[in-house]
Design a binder for this molecule. Structure first.
Ligand code: KIV
Ligand code: NA
Length: 264
C-alpha cells in the first residue's frame, strides 16, 4: 500500500469525489482510521484541548505536537498525514514558518502542513510551497484567533464573506493544495468550493465542500460538549466509562482476574 499524496487529493476534486478527513493524535487511533479508509489524517492543534486539556488551542507548542505527529505517521500506513503549525510558530515570518514546518517534516515525517489565515500569512505559505512543503489553508473560524473573534462564532457572514473568498483565492494562487473552511454559512462554502480548483474541506460549513473534517473525539462521542456541526457516530464516553466502572467493580469484588487471566 502506498501513501495517499496531494496529487491523489487534486485528482479527487477533478472527479468530483467527496472524501473524509479526521484528526488523530496517537498511533492506535491513526491505525484504526487508516484501516477504515480515511485518506487524510490531521494532527490538529486541537490536541491542545482533546489531548492536553487546555481550553483553547493557543497554549500548545511545536514541542507538544511533534511527538504526536510522529506517532500518527507510524500508526497510519496509507493516509496522508497533515500537521497543524500551532499558534506562535509561524506568524512572525517566513523564517519561523519554515523552521517550524521543517521540524514536523524531519522529526515526524508528516507529508503536509496546515496554517490558519489567508492573505496575512501568504508570504509564509508561498515560502513553504517553494520549499516543497504541501500547505493546507484554514479560513473562517480559525481557533488560534479566538481572542480576536471574541469567542467561537460563525464567520464569513455578510461582507466578511467576500473577504473570505479573496483569502481562499489568494491561498490557491500561493500554491496551497487544499483549504479548510470552518464554521461558515453553507452557501458561502459552496461558492468558495465552486470558485477554487483546489479542494475545500468543511467543518461546520455544510454539504457543499469537497471534503469534510471532524475532531475524532467529537465524531466518536468522547467529548461531552460539542458544537452544533458535530454528528456523534458513537458514544465512546459511555462505552469507556462503563468499561472502567465494570473493571473497577470486578477488582473490588475479587472477580477479576480469574484463572483464565492468570499464569500457572
Ligand atoms: O485542530 C484541528 O482539529 C483542526 C480541524 C478541526 C480542522 O484544525
Ligand atoms: Na487546528
Amino acid at each position: 500500500t502506498r501513501r495517499v499524496t496531494v496529487r491523489d487529493i487534486a485528482a479527487a476534486k477533478a472527479r468530483h469525489e467527496k472524501w473524509p478527513m479526521l484528526t488523530a493524535y496517537d498511533a492506535l487511533s491513526a491505525r484504526v482510521f487508516d484501516e477504515a479508509g480515511i485518506p487524510v489524517l490531521l494532527v490538529g492543534d486541537s490536541a491542545a484541548m482533546v489531548v492536553y486539556g487546555y481550553d483553547s488551542t493557543i497554549p500548545v507548542t511545536v514541542d507538544d505536537l511533534v511527538p504526536l505527529a510522529a506517532a500518527v505517521v507510524r500508526g497510519a500506513k496509507r493516509a496522508l498525514v497533515v500537521a497543524d503549525l500551532p499558534f506562535g510558530s509561524y506568524q512572525s515570518g517566513v523564517a519561523e514558518a519554515l523552521a517550524s514546518a521543517a521540524r514536523f517534516m524531519k522529526e515526524a515525517n508528516v507529508q503536509a502542513i496546515k496554517v490558519e489565515g489567508g492573505r496575512r500569512v501568504l508570504p509564509q505559505v508561498e515560502a513553504m510551497v517553494a520549499a516543497g512543503i504541501p500547505v493546507m489553508g484554514h479560513l473562517g473560524l480559525t481557533p488560534q484567533s479566538v481572542n480576536a473573534f471574541g469567542g467561537y462564532r460563525v464567520q464569513g457572514r455578510g461582507e466578511d464573506g467576500e473577504q473570505l473568498m479573496a483569502d481562499a483565492k489568494a491561498l490557491e494562487a500561493a500554491g496551497a493544495f487544499s483549504v479548510v473552511l470552518e464554521c461558515v454559512p453553507d452557501e458561502l462554502a459552496r461558492r468558495v468550493t465552486a470558485a477554487l480548483s483546489i479542494p475545500t474541506i468543511g467543518i461546520g460549513a455544510g454539504e457543499g465542500t469537497d471534503a469534510q473534517v471532524l475532531v475524532w473525539q467529537d465524531m466518536a462521542g468522547l467529548t461531552p460538549h460539542t458544537a452544533k456541526f458535530v454528528k456523534k457516530y458513537a458514544d465512546l464516553y459511555s462505552v469507556l466509562g462503563d468499561a472502567a466502572r465494570e473493571y473497577a467493580e470486578e477488582v473490588v469484588a475479587g472477580a477479576f482476574p480469574t484463572a483464565e487471566y492468570s499464569y500457572k
